[in-house]
Design a protein around this ligand. Sequence first.
Ligand code: SF4
Length: 375
Amino acid sequence: MRRDLAYRWFCRLSLEDEVPNYSTFSKNRHGRFRDSDLFRWLFNEVLRRCMDAGLVKGEGFAVDASIIKADASRQRGVSGDEPVDWSEPALSTRAVREYLEGLDEEALAETLPKRLSLTDPQARWTAAPAGPAFYAYSTNYLIDTEHGVIMDVEPTPAHRTAEVQSTKTMIDRFEAQFDIKPERLIGDTAYGIAPMLAWIVEEKDIEPHVPVWDKTERKNDSFSSNGFHWNEEAEEYRCPAGNPLRSEWRAFKNERSHVTKANTIIFRSRQTDCATCPMKAKCYPNTAFRKIARSVHEAARNVARRIAATLAYQRSRHERKKVEMLFAHLKRILKLDRLRRRGMSGATDEFTLAAAVQNLRRLAKFSSQGPPVMG
Ligand code: SF4
């Protein structure tokens, strides 16, 4: 570096200035900036410049997650329910300390992982579609679909629930920082679970261009719940034979909410209606009456269903590919298919820096072409 003019120019050093000691770079890489938030500042600064250059429209955002292997051997792990003596000196690493500091036993007990890494316990044991399972983190991107600029990035363990939840973190953080909220949010089926759709529609007033997570569709030709008509005023369903399905068939002394643990309300048909019904074989061949579980967030699910029938939705499906392309670039060109650093803080550093680099690349590309023509 001492003689490299390009580096001197980049670091604003004159020919006479002392260059930093070579160990400075290794110390920087190994956590010097960990508690300073420097990488987040850098990411925001690059993003601000992308916005100033007119590369962000702020109308349609897309969200997705990509799994990145952790720096943790598959062999150095234990079964998720096996007790571990974390006080052993051999386990006294920064990644383990970070894991223990953030440990919330109650939350953890709900989702015990199948295997726990002794090297990097915050990484998640993940089954790949083809091939052996491994420990991993996920990088979550929120992008503006106009030019594929990354609006926010958030690391999570490689776990669907955590990935979906990170969308809220990113949208809220971006809105707080830049006072911009998209008109539509594009995502795959994982983001189409009822509570997430309710948050998008009711709390944020954003159009969900997201397929509804729906397990009620039936593969055979029997009636799925979509064939039952919902009557909002009467708060009941009507079955294909025109008979009602209600959440209660008799008045209770004390009012009941009927909301189940899964946040649904069960609507049942009347046995006497069904007993002589010619459609019974197609409706519920194996039970005494027909029932439908209606989500308490059904209104938001219906908004998503209506949007899914529009041409704008078709365009959104196409635009979603821009996030996938960024992940492909991240792994193939930036070679970030495996982390070098451990712990959630290591993943945060690497993912944030990589996203900043991808935005810089986009900015450089458009700067060399001149300002984009806004439609
Ligand atoms: S079996 Fe019962 S619920 Fe099903 S269509 Fe007939 S009356 Fe309606």
